[in-house]
Design a protein around this ligand. Structure first.
Ligand code: ZN
Ligand code: ZN
Length: 357
């Protein structure tokens, strides 16, 4: 049986269930290898089963781990669950963060009394948080590709082009380099627009002498990258440089401490206090970072409310920012692999303030 299936099996007693029903597609993909848009998996009681519909039978043949029995459901995939469950009283886990109220009700109706439905939170997500070496290799490749795309965009210059045009160019470049797409809609935000942490690229042109926040990532082999650089289209002025340096110091302070065993909240606090000591604590309104993998935002979290403890093999971002409404914003984000001694920083683009056209 595959190592991932085995790990799910090991967690079932702790989750208080005999069999786990996995319906969240990204989790189904992680466990089975299936990349289509309709599939579920059942793991436990010495079985691993995969169910899809007619459209994906062929694809499932090619993709799904042979550890799984493969099945086709006529209509609703949940219809097939009952017949795959062992006899007798049974506790069936479902993914309570993903199963809708309606799907839960229809499951309850479909299944006999002997089956108790038990909500389980983040079981597969917690496995996904610790990357295997080949997963790290894919994220590293996605990061390199995204780095190259930005470098290529910067050689063309930013000033005079609209944010939207630049975001499109960045996305196109990533696709040309082999990405299946961006891992999220790229952010390109010039001057005052950079003060919106999740700015949508506008038709407005990037001016000369302003800071531009670029936050982008590539998706390659299913895995995401995520990076932010704030660059200047010519000399941005003393205050912009001072804020840039402050954010950089906070980012380096976070990187300095990151290793397995660290709390997500403690790391956030380290970067946050660096920014607060520069007088901008109020302008850093989001968490320090998040896990990245098959999803661009996943476990573990580095934030003021996180209870996560980092483990070797986590891949996380470190991305403090300062946002001055109506003026400018600065964010610097690297993607790193957490190790026992410290981080392996995947992002290769310089963090010296880049002055571009
Ligand atoms: Zn980002
Ligand atoms: Zn991020």
């Amino acid at each position: 049986m595959s190592a991932r299936v085995e790990r799910v099996n090991e967690r079932l007693p702790e989750a208080g269930v005999d069999v786990m029903l996995v319906t969240e597609l990204i989790n189904v993909r992680y466990l089975t290898g299936y990349t289509g848009s309709n599939g579920i998996a059942l793991i436990g009681a010495d079985r691993a089963e995969f169910v899809t519909d007619f459209r994906y039978v062929e694809q499932a043949e090619q993709e799904v781990d042979p550890a799984f029995g493969r099945h086709r459901a006529a209509q609703d995939l949940l219809d097939a669950v009952d017949e795959m469950l062992p006899a007798g009283p049974l506790r069936l886990g479902f993914e309570d963060a993903h199963v809708s109220v309606r799907a839960h009700a229809s499951l309850r109706e479909l299944l006999p009394e002997r089956v108790e439905l038990v909500g389980v939170t983040d079981l597969v997500e917690s496995l996904r948080a610790v990357k295997e070496p080949e997963e790290v290799a894919r994220i590293r490749a996605a990061t390199e590709l995204a780095d190259t795309a930005l470098e290529s965009l910067l050689t063309e210059g930013l000033a005079g082009r609209s944010e939207r045009d630049l975001a499109l160019a960045l996305e196109l470049r990533m696709r040309e380099l082999g990405a299946s797409g961006p891992s999220f809609e790229p952010i390109v935000a010039g001057g005052p627009h950079g003060a919106l942490p999740h700015a949508q690229p506008r038709e407005e042109r990037v001016e000369r002498g302003e800071l531009v926040v670029l936050d982008w990532g590539a998706r390659l082999d299913g895995y995401c990258s995520d990076c932010t650089r704030t660059v200047a289209t010519g000399e941005p002025g003393e205050e912009a440089r001072a804020v840039y340096d402050l954010v950089l110091q906070a980012q380096l302070a976070g990187l300095e401490e990151i290793r397995s065993g660290c709390g997500g909240r403690e790391l956030d606090a380290i970067a946050r206090s660096a920014i607060a000591s520069g007088g901008h604590g109020e302008q850093f309104g989001h968490g320090l970072g998040h896990g990245v993998g098959l999803d661009v935002h996943e476990a573990p979290r580095l934030s003021q409310r996180s209870d996560d403890v980092l483990a070797a093999g986590n891949v996380v971002t470190v991305e403090p920012g300062v946002y001055l409404p109506g003026r400018f914003g600065v964010r610097i984000e690297d993607l790193v692999v957490v190790g026992e001694e410290g981080p392996d920083v995947l992002t290769r683009i310089t963090k010296e303030l880049i002055l571009t056209d």
